[in-house]
Write a protein that binds this ligand. Sequence first.
Ligand SMILES: Cc1cc2nc3c(=O)[nH]c(=O)nc-3n(C[C@H](O)[C@H](O)[C@H](O)COP(=O)(O)OP(=O)(O)OC[C@H]3O[C@@H](n4cnc5c(N)ncnc54)[C@H](O)[C@@H]3O)c2cc1C
Length: 324
Amino acid sequence: MSSILVFCSVQENRIKRSSLEVMSRARQLATENGLSLGAAILGSHASSLVSEATAHGASQVFTVSDPVLDAHVNAPVIAALEGILTTVQPRLMVAASTESVKDVLGALAVRTDAAVLPDVASFDLAGDSVVCERPVMAAKKLAATHTTHPLVFVSVRSGSYEASEAPVDGEEVAVPFHFDPATLGATLKEIVTQAGDTVDLSEARVVVAAGRGVRDEAGRALVQQLADITGAAIGASRAVVETGLFPATAQIGQTGKVVSPDLYFAIGISGAVQHTAGMANSRIIVAINKDPDAPIFDVATYGLVGDCFTILPLLNAALREAMA
Ligand SMILES: Cc1cc2nc3c(=O)[nH]c(=O)nc-3n(C[C@H](O)[C@H](O)[C@H](O)COP(=O)(O)OP(=O)(O)OC[C@H]3O[C@@H](n4cnc5c(N)ncnc54)[C@H](O)[C@@H]3O)c2cc1C
């Protein structure tokens, strides 16, 4: 085995927390197995992120600095990664399981003859094998899976590992790249974000999620207050998204986003498996539900049984006072 390469997702000129989590695990495996650890960073500001990658243990940071990569259009991203893979020839490339990574991994695997283990909760090396655990059956079970293929791509669910620093004297390796934008079959015109979104849901450390129990505008305002006080991103169950009270971009679960914050508030959410599939990895779960038998209490760290319209004003006032 030669090396492990971490493909770093970038947002607002920072390496995403989920990529740093993956890097920390990859560093541990590289050390244990005598492998080198590299990072791949794409985009016009790639060079400015080299120090963040070396601070987390990457001894070589492969950059492709071209503005064509800033728009997250698949074709140039795949071409740039293919160039880096040709240069590095790693045994394993790992990445956080973000939407854009999911978009490119399959096509990249076909072009480079790699095996893909997507959306895993853990990854390991055992002899010639790359070994992973994948959540299946709405995350109720973990399936152990492995491959001995010579080149393997793994994408990892956020929150699966703790991000930690381990600075090394790394170097930047600028990888030559030429992509003619005129060949693009698709262009990205605009990235539309939900008005008022201040915290990225899939990267948030605190999430306040609303369910059907948050039945109206007054309930939504209480949820918003809790989110403002705790600096949280707002999520929602599918049931409350379908009522139109919360946007589809806020949906958490099997057919929505997967989140893994330090603190997750579930307000008026029953805890159906399709919902918990997207949040059960959260470190501390606080559930508010008026039904003491609601399944959400099976995964909750703390449970408050009662009407959220009574509990939330008290909780918000107490938290405001405590924060002050
Ligand atoms: C293929 C498929 C995919 C799906 N994907 C998803 C998904 O990605 N995400 C998702 O969330 N769901 C998903 N669902 C739907 C899922 O099965 C549930 O129907 C949904 O999660 C229920 O949402 P809920 O808990 O908000 O609503 P409900 O099940 O109606 O629960 C509302 C809860 O609020 C409580 N409550 C009511 N009033 C109050 C109050 N005043 N104070 C406190 N508590 C109160 C009730 O006791 C109840 O427990 C999917 C379903 C299918 C079939």
